[in-house]
Design a protein around this ligand. Structure first.
Ligand code: AMP
Length: 285
């Protein structure tokens, strides 16, 4: 595994190959990241992973300074996973001293859901990913469905800015009990991690209720909102601070209509100060 620290080193490494697969991360790697690496290895022998905690995507009062940094352990995992190269830029190398040029995704994609609570977040994500795409020039890039809105923003950016890159979406990796793996789970006590399971359980219950209603042709336009409200209240009663719990169509993430077949139920909620994300897809046949 080559460890690359400068943009020039990455460019030289990249130029050796016809095809490259890229996995951007913020480190503190867990099985979710490693499943992205596995998918990357399926499409190319030449896998480059980046670890970079991107200051531009953190808002004021967010956890930029305390975000877990575990480079040594991360490197061991990546070596065992058989990647070819690891890119470890610093903020200075990526952004220099000039004010950054910002990639601004359209409001239709970022005004809602996580964008609503985290102003500037998706601009920060799009900007750093666009820079990585120009530096690495990957053929493929893997992104987790765990960050569903982020995945849609990146797909839209690739289309709008004509990046010649195939985005590979990767399914959410969960703990045995069902908790979506996340670097931020480490902020939670064992008890809170157990409590957080209610999020994936709630998504599953909603999925089953929608599938059952669809089978019995019971879905009416208001019923999605009723279901959202009922389950939101339930989570709130259980002590969650719910940012959103919502049923959307999968592509534009607009509120689901009865005619939509490909749905995703998304939740963002705080458990003991830690904001967790989860979602589940469902297709009504
Ligand atoms: P992060 O290091 O949190 O920025 O995540 C880097 C990449 O890993 C993103 O594409 C995430 O969506 C993806 N990812 C994080 N957690 C998971 C998970 N539990 N399952 C699948 N992908 C994940």
């Amino acid at each position: 595994m080559k460890v690359l620290k400068s943009i020039e080193e990455v460019r030289r490494w990249r130029d050796q190959f016809q095809e490259v697969a890229f996995v951007p991360t913020m480190g503190n790697l867990h099985a979710g990241h490693l499943s992205l690496v596995r998918e990357a290895r399926k499409v190319s022998e030449n896998v480059l992973v980046s670890i970079f905690v991107n200051p531009l995507q953190f808002g004021e009062g967010e956890d930029l300074d305390s975000y877990p940094r575990t480079l040594e352990a991360d490197m061991e995992k990546l070596m065992a996973a058989g990647i070819s190269a690891l890119f470890l830029p610093t903020p200075e190398i990526l952004y220099g001293e000039d004010a950054p040029f910002i990639v601004a995704p359209p409001n239709s994609l970022i005004a809602d859901l996580c964008g609503k609570d985290r102003p500037g977040h998706f601009e920060g994500v799009a900007t750093v990913v666009a820079k990585f795409f120009n530096i690495v020039r990957p053929t493929y890039a893997c992104f987790g469905k765990k960050d569903y809105q982020q995945l849609r923003v990146i797909e839209a950016m690739v289309k709008a800015l004509n990046f010649d890159i195939t985005i590979i979406p990767v399914a959410i990796e969960r703990s045995e009990a069902g908790l979506a793996l996340s670097s931020r789970n480490g902020y939670l006590s064992k008890d809170s991690q157990h409590h957080a399971l209610r999020l994936s359980q709630t998504l599953l219950a909603m999925k089953e209720e929608i599938a059952r209603a669809a089978e019995n042709q019971e879905i009416i336009p208001t019923s999605y909102e009723e279901l959202e409200a009922k389950m939101t209240e339930q989570l709130q009663r259980e002590g969650f601070l719910v940012d959103y719990l919502t049923i959307r169509e999968q592509k534009q993430l607009k509120k689901a209509q009865v005619t939509d077949r490909h749905l995703v139920i998304l939740v963002a909620a705080k458990v003991a100060q830690t904001r967790l994300l989860d979602n589940i897809e469902l297709t009504i046949s």
